[in-house]
Design a protein around this ligand. Structure first.
Ligand code: PLP
Length: 451
């Protein structure tokens, strides 16, 4: 039997979406491939936010006036929307609004009850905003362990490392998706680590822009994210999303405006509020929070499944294009860090451009040439030194020796010269607003280094 193919008129192509929501890119001839740095905002988000602000009267939510209640209403709705986006609700989870993902991570870092016997486990692949937790852990006498990466920059036997960790539990912190290699680490590790007595902090900053995360299925204790990475606007706003019982494990090192039930100067005492209120220092960014609805509307309108498929298809195009590039003598032009296939990875590809003898060209040269051609790439180690060290095969002794030698005069160039290798890569990352032409323009930049 023949069935008619139904074309849903509401399903808009990504080309059409780009023309409608991101026309500034083509008007300015720009190929933006730094989605892992920041997503781009759509015009509808700006219009919706502007309309909301120009039609409303919003006051400080800590007052109790009408405008104050209007702000509180917006914030409450936004909290529920964040939870819905993460496939959960207020029964089990709470949302603490923060300045960004780093601030969300720091809330856990400074409040987690580290002590000798309650350790910190990190993965070598982590943003520095997660690496920094180790300073709080060490100060409290906790041990710090690192799960290493394999040659593809995936975790090497992570279950074995988790099982070998000292008993007594602690905090295990890892990225759902690497901001260096794009690798998506297995979320099954969350449950495994919890079974072994760990609380888990999942850094979802690079994952959620192009992949659905359901906290019904992924029982992470704490999840950190930044909203500009998700839909470009607003900046200065992130969230710590936590299981309610996990949030109550944290012990805040101080109190601030907005966080207390009471505080007395004369009696030198205070009591923190329960839940998110005890973690949101000062006045929340209520006008920025008011912009979230339009961002989530955009993601919902397009659909996370379609965004994932779009990003995966552009990533495959990028990977195969880079992998095929050769110098005229047939020598590879590109060294790709991390997996070359599109499996279990997101839309972030780190690579170096090579000369015909296989030597790495400075990433800054590639970044600069891209810039002059209106292509946004990013160069460096992307605040992820562990993934970078694994990519370039740098071990502790070599790094320590060079850091010692350069003490007082460190520059990335001198560091690379001392190590005798590159210490940074080029990163191309794709998202909602990209079309295949952007990838081709990035490939053209790389091709221009061909000898
Ligand atoms: C994986 C990951 N974690 C954390 C962060 C920190 O995010 P923010 O700078 O918004 O605090 C980033 C930012 O690049 C990231 O990619």
């Amino acid at each position: 039997m023949l069935t008619a193919r139904v074309v849903d008129p509401a399903v808009e192509s990504f080309e059409s979406l780009r023309g409608r929501e991101f026309s500034r890119l083509d008007e300015q001839g720009h190929a933006y491939l730094d989605y892992t740095g920041s997503a781009l905002y759509a015009e509808s988000q700006l219009r919706a936010h502007h309309a909301l602000l120009s039609g409303g009267i919003f006051g400080n939510p800590h007052s109790d006036s009408g405008p104050s209640r209007a702000s509180t209403g917006i914030i409450d709705l936004a909290r529920r929307r964040v939870l819905r986006f993460l496939g959960t609700d207020e029964q089990t989870h709470d949302v603490v609004f923060t300045a960004n993902a780093s601030a969300a991570i720091k809330l856990v870092a400074e409040s987690y009850p580290f002590r000798p016997g309650r350790s910190l486990l990190l993965t070598a692949d982590n943003h520095n905003s997660v690496n920094g937790i180790r300073e709080y852990a060490r100060r409290a006498g906790a041990r710090v362990g690192i799960l290493p990466l394999d040659a593809d920059l995936r975790l090497s036997r992570p279950e074995a490392y988790l099982e070998a960790a000292p008993s007594g539990g602690g905090l295990f912190a890892f990225p759902a998706q690497s901001n260096f290699s794009g690798v998506r680490h297995s979320l099954l590790l969350v449950e495994r680590a919890r079974d072994l007595g760990f609380e888990v902090l999942l850094d979802a900053a690079a994952y959620v822009p192009s992949r659905a995360l359901s906290l019904r299925h992924c029982p992470a204790d704490f999840v950190a994210l930044s909203f500009y990475k998700l839909f470009g606007y607003p900046t200065g706003l992130g969230a710590l999303v936590a299981r309610r019982e996990s949030l109550s494990l944290l012990r805040r090192p101080w109190f601030a405006g907005g966080t207390v039930e009471y505080a007395s100067v004369a009696a030198d005492t205070y009591r923190l509020r329960e839940g998110h209120e005890g973690f949101e220092d000062g006045t929340p960014s209520f006008l920025a929070i008011a912009a979230l609805d339009a961002g989530f509307d955009l993601v919902e309108r397009v659909g996370m499944c379609r965004i994932s498929a779009h990003v995966a298809s552009l990533t495959r195009l990028l990977l195969s294009g880079l992998g095929d590039l050769r110098h005229t003598d047939g020598a590879p032009l590109v060294w790709i860090h991390g997996p070359r296939s599109g499996d279990d990875r997101g839309g972030t590809v780190a690579f170096n451009v090579l000369d015909p003898r296989g030597r790495v060209l400075p990433y800054a040269e590639v970044e600069a040439r891209a810039r002059t051609r209106g292509v946004s790439l990013r160069g460096g180690c992307f605040c992820n030194p562990g993934a970078s060290e694994s990519a370039f095969g740098l071990g502790r002794e070599r790094i320590e020796a060079c850091l010692l030698k350069l003490e007082g005069g460190f520059t990335v160039e001198r560091f690379g010269a001392c190590l005798g290798t590159a210490v940074g890569a080029v990163r191309a990352s794709v998202g909602l607003a990209n079309v295949p032409e952007d990838v081709h323009r990035a490939l053209d930049v790389v091709r221009s280094f061909r000898f």
